[in-house]
Design a protein around this ligand. Sequence first.
Ligand code: AFP
Length: 314
Amino acid sequence: MFSQPGKTKFQVDLRQHLRDQNISGNLVHLICEVAEASKYVINAVRTGDLGVAGTSNLYGEEQLALDVLSDRIMRKRLQHSGVVCNIASEEMEEIFQVTSNPQGMFSVAYDPLDGSSLVDVNLAVGTIVGIYQGQDLLQPGRKMVGAMYILYGPRVSLVYSVGKGVYEFTMNQLMEYTLTREQIQMKPCGDIYSPGGLRKKYNESNERFIRYLEEKGSKLRYSGGFVPDINQILMKGKGLFMYPALDGSPNGKLRLLFELNPMAFLLEQAGGAATNGEIPILDIEPEGLDQRCPVYIGCREDVSKAGEFLNGTC
Ligand code: AFP
């Protein structure tokens, strides 16, 4: 089962595990650097200033001090990793170029603290990271070489994939990440759903889809944090998260580069699916850093059913 003979899964640490995945040493180093950065983000979340920063992000949203601090922690770590050429952050207006030489390098798109507005009510939040080979960040998500998130909840967990399955690591008392789940798999359909956005702004098709889910016995599970809501679906292996087009917001709310592509990569790697209601999220050609799109992500049969309601065949 585990690649480290003589070790139980709880003793396999992240770096050892990654080295056994037959991936480049630079990618191992990059994932480990993100893991290290998360330890400083955890400290900021647990003890940091919950006030506003007096600035706004590329979406014009007011930044919290934690947003800015978490972004700085991630950016500095990636900038000095020696394996990153370009950085895009949900909290930065422009792409940050570390080096013009992409040889052996990666480009990283991240949301440093997704759900940051939930910290002051003590709900779980997370860091979301998408990894591309070379310097081009505006590629379809299917071109990613890896994706990961860190969930700052009652426990701190790190979930990643480099295209060889999905793995979960959990932080122990020494702040080390040790393997807790491997080759995570989604069931074909599930019985929980996470409906984002204001229901009164749903169109008729989405409203009918919600009624379908409820009639088949699905339970509503929604925290307002994309990372914990997706993590619940991934770890239970069942369910669907949706943030649809809303009246007045045809592209929904969630960001393609920083939120949807990384999570779509992970869910597809776990045998799930993620679409905008029509095509896979990972096949969408990004038009800009700030692109948003509707999302249906989770069990593949539930995602497919959403598409049927949206195209009128159901
Ligand atoms: P913030 O990062 O502004 O807190 O938004 C979090 C988020 O982008 C994502 O984590 C949630 O799934 C989604 O917004 C919740 O949006 P609603 O509050 O509109 O349901």
